[in-house]
Design a protein around this ligand. Structure first.
Ligand code: DAH
Length: 333
């Protein structure tokens, strides 16, 4: 051990190893000589010699570490440069869809709406029938549907991936007595070829307010306030007639284009950008869930949050949201 302590560099250490542990080293000689001992002394002597070898090997390896560390520290090339910048720690961020969904829901929550969620695998019953879209009705063509490969006892396929969040209108009303004020964010699916404006899966945010005495004025005031909160206080809004089977009258809502003065690519030179469908809940929908349409009225609306995010942030292709390209996602973290 004292010879080991005196080994001042790696070469000296190697000499030490050869003279004690090497093939002709002192300890090796002892181990070889064990055979000439009387049989009853051999096990104890063997164990002692092996323990000694382990002790020497461990001492040698820690001496070696110490010598290498000392060499690195005294050599400026290998020494640690504490002035080097560290490695950046990669940081995750919130997905742009999650961000816009939260922002929109927060705007409605501050106006007294609760946030609820529903199933993505849905019955035809809720996705269509309860929304005044009977079987074989041409309005079903508005929603290219992905059907679940499951047949009931009548040989019909009653299950689908919901094509919109509107089924939660009926589910919510069935489960609660009026008044109702909810927004429903969630994923939807369509059997659709994708392009910069269409994805086969995307989010929607549905809204529903039902009570005594709700009128079209409430619809307009609420959605106007929403547009101001999300797109800025200068926004103007426009409502035009549109058709959705579950509302009457139905409208689409546009905001004035905040990118241009009367004409650009985003508003197709019209000065207006359509941001959602809406309307007064159809009496048949109210009656279907057991609400008396002579007492209760309501309004509903539905929008695509990715589309709203695209408008706000000048994003040109909806497919960017779900292609996991970090160059795109990092812009939002
Ligand atoms: N569910 C409709 C769609 O996917 C959007 C919509 C329109 C929702 C009008 C509504 C509404 O609640 O009142 O095209």
């Amino acid at each position: 051990m004292s010879a080991l302590d005196e080994a001042a560099d790696v070469e000296a250490l190697d000499d030490w190893r050869i003279s004690y542990l090497g093939r002709r080293g002192e300890l090796t000689q002892i181990l070889r000589g064990l055979g000439s001992l009387p049989a009853e002394e051999r096990p104890a002597a063997g164990a002692a010699a092996n323990a000694l070898r382990r002790t020497l090997e461990e001492a040698m390896s820690s001496r070696e570490d110490a010598l290498k560390r000392a060499a690195a520290e005294s050599d400026p090339v290998d020494a640690i440069d504490v002035t080097l910048p560290g490695w950046p720690v990669p940081r995750g961020g919130i997905h742009p869809t999650t961000r816009i969904v939260r922002e929109i829901c927060a705007a409605f929550a501050s106006m007294g709406f609760s946030v609820v969620e529903g199933p993505e695998i849905e019955w035809d019953h809720y996705n269509f029938e309860m929304l005044n879209i009977p079987k074989d009705h041409p309005a079903r063509d508005m929603w290219d549907t992905l059907w679940i490969d499951y047949e009931d006892e009548n040989g019909e396929r009653p299950m689908l991936l919901r094509t919109h969040t509107s089924p939660m209108q009926a589910r919510t009303m069935e489960a609660t007595d009026p008044p109702v004020r909810v927004v429903v964010p969630g994923k939807c699916y369509r059997y659709e070829a994708t392009d910069p404006r269409h994805e086969w899966h995307f989010y929607q945010i549905e809204g529903l307010a039902v009570d005594r005495g709700i009128t079209m004025t409430d619809l307009k005031g609420t959605l106007y306030e929403f547009a101001r909160r999300v797109f800025g206080v200068d926004r103007k809004v426009r409502f035009r007639c549109d058709y959705f089977p579950f509302v009457e009258p139905g409208v689409d809502m546009s905001i004035d284009c905040f990118l241009c003065d009367g004409g650009c690519r985003v508003c197709s030179d019209t000065g207006w950008i359509e941001i959602m469908g809406a309307g007064m809940v159809h009496p048949k929908v109210l009656a279907g869930v057991g609400y008396d349409p002579n007492i209760y009225t309501g309004f509903a609306f539905g929008m695509g949050p990715e589309r709203i995010s695209m408008l706000k942030h000048g994003i040109e292709d909806i497919r960017l949201f779900y292609s996991n390209d970090l160059r795109f996602l990092r812009q939002f973290s």
